[in-house]
Design a protein. Structure first.
Length: 124
């Protein structure tokens, strides 16, 4: 499975998960079977708030799951429409969240528990 992570800087699987999908400077994509790690710079970094384009952000790369520190409802809808499940990161690093995902310990996000207008516990 290919799992994407919103990150601040590329430190491979030791990268820290970023607070918000749309404004993340980069994404780490990990192939959990082959253990390959790919870094993609966010190609949609300067989008209008609430109008991010996940396909453009990921530079056309496909993933089956995305793990984020925070994400808006619009981005969740777009990712879900592409067949991507979105999960809330609960640990600081890519590596730790991959382990939690493999143990089914990450909460899947939906439009009902996404960030809304910078309210709640969303850190972006």
């Amino acid at each position: 499975m290919k799992v994407g992570f919103a990150v601040q800087t590329n430190q491979g699987i030791e990268s820290k998960v970023y607070d918000h999908f749309g404004s993340a400077p980069a994404f780490i994509i990990v192939d959990t079977e082959g253990k390959d790690v790919l870094t993609v710079n966010n190609q949609d970094l300067n989008h209008v708030h609430g109008a991010c384009n996940p396909v453009m952000a990921l530079d056309g790369k496909s993933v089956e799951a995305m793990i984020v520190g925070g994400i808006g409802a619009g981005a969740i809808n777009k990712l879900n429409a592409m067949g991507v499940k979105v999960y809330a990161a609960v640990a600081p690093t890519v590596k730790e969240n991959l382990e939690l995902l493999s143990q089914n310990k990450l909460e899947e996000l939906s439009v009902y528990n996404a960030c809304r207008a910078h309210q709640g516990g969303c850190g972006h």
